[in-house]
Design a binder for this molecule. Structure first.
Ligand code: COA
Length: 374
């Protein structure tokens, strides 16, 4: 009991062949490949296929996989009747979470609880398609907009961002959106993946593991950081812009406040390779919005102050927050899109957990009283 590590800091929770953060060599290993190399030359569906199946797809495999990712024929339209009942003040993440729970019911009990690899692959692929549809339409429902169906003539990423924005977008925007999805796709053992694996380890089903995963990813210390980061950049802009950015951060640090989008349990004082890769795309989108250059300047000042004052660097949520903003994506969708992308990683981990299961059941360091008399 003397090996207690609060927050399981540095503890190896499982063995895996899905991914690994090699911090010393600044590499995110995904099924043997470097994630940044994958993001530079492969599309989201190709990397999703790799994450789930363990190998990159050939053309035929990719075509049929992409078809499944855009297939909404099994998506019950009654889902929207249910989601319409949810209070309009709800967060998009909560609407998606409810949607996932509901969709589980469209599998028979026997099928839902079947944890064989084949069944999990089918359910997992269907979930990637379902979560993307739920993500775009949950936000539309909360805002009283019309539901949009996927357009199977488009690529996965083009369709996803078009459904979100309700209009067609340029190839450059699609390309950057696709790279963001790819960077978010899988990241070893973050809290949400751990939560999903803990649930799967009871031999509970893939949908249940996803409900746990999405609840975890919603938190501001995890996926919620991208929304918090853009709110901070916009707040700085509102209060005086790049002229006051340094003072703004120094004041927050003095008050012991956290700067969202900085720091990471595993990277600690090192740059997140995904943030390093993605920040170069900010200049490409700067002219897309009013004040794009000013927001980029604020971004750079905050980054410099954090490096100088705390030796802390951006995690991937920091550049993605600004990129999403420049793509015109509504802020309440930032964290849901992160989750939609991460579905591929969760599917791979649930499959791995079910294939080689050991129930998670840790112990505690008891600090309460003993021997109380009734
Ligand atoms: C991600 C995070 C929770 C990891 O934290 P952790 O491993 O638990 O690290 P700790 O909370 O022990 O912090 C270590 C030190 O760094 C500081 N620190 C870490 N992240 C910081 C941040 N974002 N802003 C300011 N200070 C930060 C802590 O205050 C602490 O400083 P101290 O030693 O002077 O007290 C943390 O970096 C954080 O809160 N970041 C902001 C949220 C975020 O961007 N999350 C997305 C992660 S991908």
């Amino acid at each position: 009991m003397n090996d207690f590590k609060p927050g399981l800091d540095g503890v190896i929770a499982t063995d895996t062949n899905v991914s690994y953060l090699d911090v010393d060599n600044e590499e995110i290993v995904i099924r043997g490949y470097d994630l940044i190399e994958l993001a530079g030359s492969k599309t989201y569906p190709e990397v999703a296929y790799l994450v789930i199946n363990g190998n990159l797809p050939n053309t035929k495999e990719l075509n049929s996989f992409q078809k499944l990712l855009l297939d909404d024929s099994a998506f019950p339209s009654e889902t929207y009747d249910l989601l319409n009942l949810i209070p309009k003040s709800s967060m998009v993440m909560d609407v998606i979470r409810t949607g996932i729970s509901y969709l589980a019911g469209f599998h028979s009990e026997q099928n839902l609880m079947d944890t064989s690899e084949n069944q999990n692959l089918n359910k997992g692929t269907r979930l990637i398609a379902e979560v993307a549809i739920l993500t775009a339409n949950s936000h539309r429902i909360l805002n009283g907009q019309k539901i949009i169906k996927p357009d199977s003539s488009k690529t996965f990423s083009e369709n996803f961002i078009s459904m979100i924005l309700g209009k067609s977008v340029s190839q450059k925007q699609v390309e950057i959106f696709d790279k963001i999805l790819t960077c978010y796709i899988e990241h070893e053992m973050p809290n949400s993946t751990f939560a999903a694996r803990v649930i799967a380890s009871t031999l509970s089903d893939m949908y249940g593991a996803f409900v746990g995963g999405i609840s975890s990813l919603k938190g501001p210390l995890h996926g919620g950081a991208n929304e918090a980061a853009i709110h901070m950049i916009l707040d700085i802009k509102e209060k005086g812009g790049s002229k006051i950015a340094e003072r703004y951060i120094l004041d927050k640090l003095k008050n012991k406040e956290r700067i969202m989008g900085f720091g990471h349990r595993v990277y600690m004082k090192k740059y997140d390779p995904r943030a390093l890769f993605l920040k170069d795309y900010i200049s490409d989108l700067e002219s897309n919005i009013e004040n794009g250059e000013e927001l980029h300047n604020i971004y750079k000042i905050v980054e410099n102050v954090m490096a100088r004052e705390k030796g802390l660097y951006p995690n991937t949520d920091y550049p993605i927050a600004l990129l999403f903003y420049m793509l015109g994506i509504p802020i309440p969708l930032y964290t849901p899109i992160f989750f939609a992308s991460r579905t591929a990683g969760l599917v791979a981990h649930v499959i791995e957990q079910h294939n080689n299961n050991r129930l998670f059941r840790p112990r505690v360091l008891y600090t309460g009283p003993r021997g109380l008399k009734l």
